[in-house]
Design a protein. Structure first.
Length: 217
């Protein structure tokens, strides 16, 4: 099966299963989206949402977190992994937003990635889900499935993002990255499918017998 046929199958399957793609991380503005994405590193979306539901009604602007200070931010997010590092990033990026951007979240990759604690993936999520700019954030699910589906050689997330952008038309990127994440969590799981049992894997690779070893991001 050639790449074009695989792309058609993937898009058709995902659009049928996930016609709508709600943003998994609960937020009330682009600043809280940025904070939630930062918190989600090495942590589930469910855990992040459980923590932030008690934070965002009261604290939802950069100046709120600057006023709180690092120690109080730590207490608010203590149940989340590496909370001290994340609290430091939240405080410092909030301070930067207040001082440099009039408390507004910047709308470019370059400016976002220059913020404390914000990497390319976090910036991509904010650009895609917050501003609607075409982006293709690659998390562990996207990285794993892209390898299983033969769309990348899986050397690293940067290469995976580049390969997926070359394969799929730009108009699909923002919805597709969420569809792949949802599918990876529900059907093409890390320790269940192994590239040989879910619908997309079996359709694209009907003769595949051996489990696919994927390279971690």
């Amino acid at each position: 099966m050639n790449e074009a046929d695989k792309v058609k199958i993937i898009l058709k399957t995902l659009n049928k299963i996930y016609p709508k793609t709600p943003v998994p991380l609960k937020h009330i503005n682009n600043f809280t989206l940025l904070i939630s994405v930062l918190l989600s590193a090495q942590c589930t979306d469910i855990n992040v949402n459980n923590v932030t539901k008690n934070i965002y009604p009261k604290y939802n602007k950069p100046e709120h977190f600057v006023k709180l200070g690092r120690k109080k931010i730590e207490k608010l997010i203590k149940s989340i992994g590496i909370f001290r590092i994340k609290a430091k990033s939240i405080y410092n990026l909030s301070k930067t937003l207040v001082e440099k951007y009039k408390s507004k979240v910047p709308k470019t990759f370059e400016e976002l990635e220059a913020l404390p604690g914000v990497g390319h993936k976090t910036a991509s999520v904010v650009m895609a889900q917050g501003f609607g700019y075409p982006a293709f954030p690659v998390d562990t699910h996207v990285h794993r499935l892209a390898q299983r589906w033969g769309l990348t050689n899986g050397k690293n997330v940067i290469q995976t993002e580049k390969d997926l952008k070359n394969v799929f038309p730009k108009k699909y990127w923002n919805k597709l990255h969420l569809q792949i994440i949802f599918y990876g969590r529900e059907y093409c799981k890390a320790r269940e499918c192994y590239g040989i049992s879910c619908k997309i894997c079996t359709t694209c690779y009907p003769n595949r017998k051996k489990p696919i070893k994927t390279k971690k991001a």
